[in-house]
Design a protein. Structure first.
Length: 175
């Protein structure tokens, strides 16, 4: 999942983010206001905390989780086309489920140029995928994993090759 803002300055890169394989049905007000704001803040977060003057070998890892509304049972199930989610009517043979919740976790690793020390920073946020302008809730990576686990989602390790991402001392909130 890549936000269109990540292709800034290059229209082809922006358009590539709208491919179907990179699409999750979202409420228009959710996507154009709070989620878009958090995605933009994540870009600034990466620039300020990972790819700043004095770092090298920067690697950024971003995980986006969309939890389908069907996961929460029939009373929560929503489909693309239902009131408040789009102007389109879903095709009964090919319904597109609208996720109830969206989650993003990010972690970067880098080296300091002056002494070669390794650095790691992480952040996470989530929000219910509903119309409205409530802000995203920020979390630490380990908090996000615990919340997902409480949702009865399988044991999860968002960054299996970088355990430092889970270290709460490496957490930095979004700007």
């Amino acid at each position: 999942m890549i936000a269109p803002q990540n292709g800034r300055g290059d229209q082809r890169k922006k358009e590539a983010t709208f491919l179907f394989t990179n699409a999750v049905p979202q409420s228009g007000v959710f996507n154009s206001a709070p989620w878009n704001t958090c995605e933009g803040r994540l870009i600034r977060w990466g620039q300020d905390n990972c790819a700043f003057q004095g770092t090298q070998s920067v690697r950024m890892f971003i995980v986006v989780v969309a939890i389908p509304s069907t996961f929460f049972g029939p009373s929560e199930t929503r489909y693309f086309g239902e009131s408040g989610f789009s102007d389109y009517q879903h095709d009964r043979e090919f319904p597109a489920n609208v996720p109830k919740e969206m989650w993003t976790a990010a972690c970067c690793t880098f080296q300091y140029k002056d002494d070669g020390r390794a650095g790691t920073k992480s952040t996470a946020f989530w929000r219910e995928n509903v119309p409205g302008k409530l802000p995203c809730e920020e979390l630490k990576v380990d908090e996000m994993e615990q919340r997902l686990k409480r949702r009865e989602i399988t044991e999860i390790n968002l960054f299996p090759f970088h355990n430092q991402c889970r270290d709460e001392n490496n957490y930095i909130s979004l700007p």
